[in-house]
Write a new protein. Sequence first.
Length: 604
Amino acid sequence: MTTPAVAEAALTRYPEPDRRPLQVFAFDPMVARLSGQETTTISVPYEPLRPGPSGELIQVIDYDSATGCYYEPVDLDDPRVLLLDGLHPSERDPRFHQQMVYAVTSALLENFERALGRRFRWRGDKRLRAFPHAFRGRNAMFDPDMDGTLQFGYFRADEKNPGRNLPGQTVFTCLSHDIIVHEATHALVHRLRERYKEPTNLDVYAFHEGFADAVALFQHFTLPDIVDRYIQQNRTDLTTNTPLVELAEQFGEGSGMGQALRSAIGQPPDPALINRTFEPHRRGSILVAAIFDGFFTAYQTAIADLLRIATAGSGVLPKGALHPDLVRRVSAEARTAAQRILTMCIRSFQYLPPVDVTFSDFLRSIVTADRDLYPSDEDGLRAALIEGFRRRGIYPSAVSSLADEALSWPDAADLGLPPIDRDVINALVLDTAVGFRERRGEAQATTTRPVFDPAWAAAKLHQYALANLKKLGLAGPGKIKVDGFHAAFRHGANGQLRVDVAVRYLHSAPVDVQQKFSSALGGVPLRGGATVVADATGRVRHVITKAVPTDPTATDATDAGVARLVATRQWVAQFDGHDLLVPWVETGSRVTQSLNFARIDSAV
């Protein structure tokens, strides 16, 4: 029987909120001023915060290295700030700058968690540290070598060609929604595939840049009121140059470029352009254009019936403002298509190889990830993406056609692999499930978290690899290690819960082979590896392998390993022929020193 005192105590406990609304600039301050909409409010997962803000996954540290001072940290749990849905957008208040970085990064992390089907953690359970005023300069960057930090610069707008800025005004990159998402996406990609910082082919850094741009652009479509406005303004045409499909307008114009930094529209499709494009941002922009070609096609298909209804079958919209109901319906279709394609792109990481990624790998992983969940491409999204890639000259390798089943990574049934240790699978799945509940505040305080020993799981998975080297494509010379493993919870087309487990193996070439080719490879490490995807019973469904580069003169050389070494040497020679800094860089590490995030992100 409940006593009055217990009942009174229960009434005084308030439930924890699920969400935290925070005000942000939808694009950047310049676009907000010109559009007349100063702010938008985004909803991020609630968590108790210390001043900074500082939470479980994100820590904002506002140290200005140019002036040598710390700015007062914002306290988003202050009752006055909570009542305002966060501080009002301000270019002058550093505390809002801190709020902006936290809010946009938090929303991005939630999108990745939802797509990946698991709780996200930084390596070593650390936090992503973000510095809103890290330095004075026209740049922002993710630095993987400084314990993984986001660094945002600030600069004076060009005096002669400031665009729509005041000549000489201070432009803060930490106030650009696009730049924050772009740099935070670099951090997420680095966490998911750490070896993608090693430039082993022409696509590796271009993938980093193109994927970060695509995510930044698709995040625009998570803002309903913003999408509504541009649907109305451009009469449902998303291919018009608007802030929805352009990246970092204030940065681009303030730098004297006279336009946005980059755009989803790109140049007209030219399949040959990719063969003569080498710089990572420009090559990455081809990947962005391919993805958005697919998105625009899927969007037009999704709204075709709405336009037929609205125009009595003519397809020609009447003059004047569109009906608000039509705008809302069209906007909803645009946001749904954008989120679905973004989710497909993020989910592809479960199927990407641990090293040496190419645009071909990315496309095949997108198709496999989506086809495993939705065998029938009823809405045509996969077909639209495949065609978008084809129009931009991105052709998948080692496939017989552009059909779904040909593009998917092969089923591993014919490899004869035994199931992965069931105890490891069960422990990993249970740990992931509890982690999800804890992240969302659903786990009871009295719940005893099961003990999960990552070292034990890694040892078991390493034993599995050693027992199946040839079947996993890891039989070449060198050292094998477990590079990562996780479980994922997702819902398929039938609404049923699907549980998968992915394991990454890293295969490093022998030291003598690495030393033998070090100079010729400009410091590029010789690594291979495999991504193994299994179901909840441990049955292996896919094995995506990159053979370790192998010395052609070795007696145990494999064809795939030799091909990898030849391809890497060709890429380095190609890089040497196009990089003007090569003569001034130390020969033994010229590629790894020249192609780094600080350099390739010099234009964000």
